[in-house]
Design a protein around this ligand. Structure first.
Ligand code: SF4
Ligand code: FE
Length: 487
């Protein structure tokens, strides 16, 4: 496995085509806007090397018969799902933001199943090819970015009617394909080695060119990355105190301009019927992931809120305690749903554990809501100073600085301590950590409606009506015959 230094070095060796604020950036590793997000992913390497985290952050791979970073692991049983979530909660607690490496892990696990099932149904040989890629990722301890979301253009029109709005195959050769298109809001791609591309929606039979999955290096010819700007970017080049945290997430748009993909790295090509299973596998695993990272981030936000209350001298005030308790209740509900969907996993045809899809969707649906309430309570307890506080430059100014820090002082700690903890809360609630906790929680792993569609499909209302009908003494078959109940 790679050390942190080897990871950073491997990023420097890439020749990425990256634009940040209209400028081409040759080496993003030390760029002030990118560095916080690299520092964040690097924690996944640092903790994997620590003996007390080894059990959770690493796993034995049967493909290379060696210990690998869990982010590159193919799940083998329920224990792996639980450990994955524990790893995510730990990283969420350590960084307080998105550590970006889960998308690739969940994509690997989705493709493991889909390549196997495609081969079974079609007699193709995707699975062996895919396993060769898995070995490469595991041996190199690589970061993979999972690319699923197309630009989608006019949402009323399918891919076949607006091909430019979806990533697609534009040329098929014996030994390679050529792809064109883009993928939007790609978590951590600037800090990755590989991009794993997958279709992101149901496709009709005549949309075979869009049913394509493959892996390419981030610096493959024709790949362009455009860093996702956030309102906080201006301050990320400013004093550390104003940033609130040394960590951050990262998103970018990836443009594929006639990228050549060797056939040995193509994992799906034209099998439109496999697009939905692929999305389902990926979404299930990734919605479970949010039951790990977001409670971890929640721990940091709850801790920051409690600390702000303590410094201000209101820690023991009953309504403040009650708000902190409510934050914990919401946070642990997110975690509990994640544990539940993993506990109730079932074995897939290829023998890997798949989370309970209904509970995974309920988990993510809660994640689209509770972080908002947790953030609201944090802002409530923190007070208006959160947004009215002077900048670090003012606190450092010789004439007014001492006055300001004395004005900021509460019951405990220094004025600067109070400023620091409020900036951390600001960064997490108002989105100054590059990927706002709230909007990221809302739309990552699918927007709320995507989960509601799946919840509706999996809810089994027939079963629930039958339960009610039996207790209420209604003969559903008879009533239906009378035409009085429409199910
Ligand atoms: Fe991982 Fe959470 Fe970031 Fe998704 S949002 S990549 S699950 S840390
Ligand atoms: Fe995400």
């Amino acid at each position: 496995m790679k050390t942190v230094e080897e990871y950073l070095e491997s990023l420097r060796r890439r020749d990425v085509r990256l634009f940040i604020r209209g400028e081409r950036v040759a080496d993003p590793v030390d760029h002030p806007l990118v560095a916080p997000s690299i520092r964040t992913i690097a924690e996944s390497y640092r903790l994997a090397a620590e003996p007390e985290h080894r059990e959770v952050f690493t796993a034995h791979s049967r493909f290379i018969d060696d210990r690998v970073n869990r982010f590159t692991h193919i799940f083998e049983g329920v224990d792996d799902l639980h450990k994955k979530q524990e790893m995510q909660r730990t990283l969420g607690r350590v960084t307080g933001t998105c550590f970006q490496r889960c998308v690739g892990m969940d994509a690997l696990n989705a493709l493991y199943n889909v390549t196997w099932e495609t081969d079974e149904a079609r007699g193709t040989s995707y699975h062996e090819r895919f396993l060769a890629f898995v070995r490469e990722v595991q041996r190199g301890d690589l970061v993979s970015c999972g690319a699923m979301t197309d630009p989608k253009g006019d949402r009323r029109r399918p891919p076949i009617e607006q091909p430019d709005a979806y990533l697609r195959v534009v040329q098929r050769r014996d030994d390679a394909i050529v792809v064109r298109g883009a993928k939007m809001h790609q978590t951590g791609v600037v800090n990755s080695h590989e991009i794993i591309v997958m279709p992101g929606r149901a496709l009709s039979e005549d949309e075979g060119d869009f049913a394509v999955s493959f892996a390419v290096p981030v610096d493959a010819p024709g790949v362009t990355l455009v860093y996702g700007r956030t309102p906080s970017d201006g301050r990320r080049t400013g004093p550390a105190l104003d940033q609130g945290t040394p960590y951050g997430g990262q998103e970018a748009i990836v443009i594929f301009d006639d990228v050549l993909v060797p056939m040995e790295r193509v994992f799906l090509l034209g099998e439109t019927e496999m697009a939905v299973p692929l999305v389902e596998y990926f979404a299930g695993h990734h919605r479970h992931s949010y039951g790990g990272c977001k409670p971890g981030n929640g721990d940091v936000l709850i801790g920051a809120t409690a600390l702000a209350a303590k410094l201000a001298g209101v820690a023991k005030v009953s309504h403040v305690r009650d708000k902190l308790v409510e934050m914990v209740h919401l946070n642990e509900t997110l975690y509990g749903c994640g544990v539940a969907c993993a506990t109730r996993c079932q074995s897939t045809p290829s023998g890997t554990p798949m989370v309970d899809p209904l509970l995974a969707n309920v988990c993510k649906q809660n994640v689209t809501r509770f972080p908002y309430e947790i953030g609201r309570l944090a802002e409530d307890v923190a007070g208006g100073l959160l947004v009215t506080m002077p900048s670090a430059d003012d606190l450092d100014e010789p004439e007014i600085g001492p006055i300001l820090t004395s004005l900021l002082r509460g019951a405990e700690g220094s004025g600067r301590d109070r400023a620091a903890v409020l900036r951390l809360i600001e960064s997490m609630t108002l989105g100054t950590t590059a990927v706002p906790l709230r909007t990221e929680a809302m739309h990552g792993a699918g927007s709320p409606q995507a989960q509601r569609v799946r919840i509706a499909a999996q809810a089994d209302f027939e079963d629930k009506m039958a339960l009610a009908a039996r207790i209420a003494g209604i003969d559903l078959d008879a009533t239906e015959a009378d035409g009085e109940v429409r199910r």
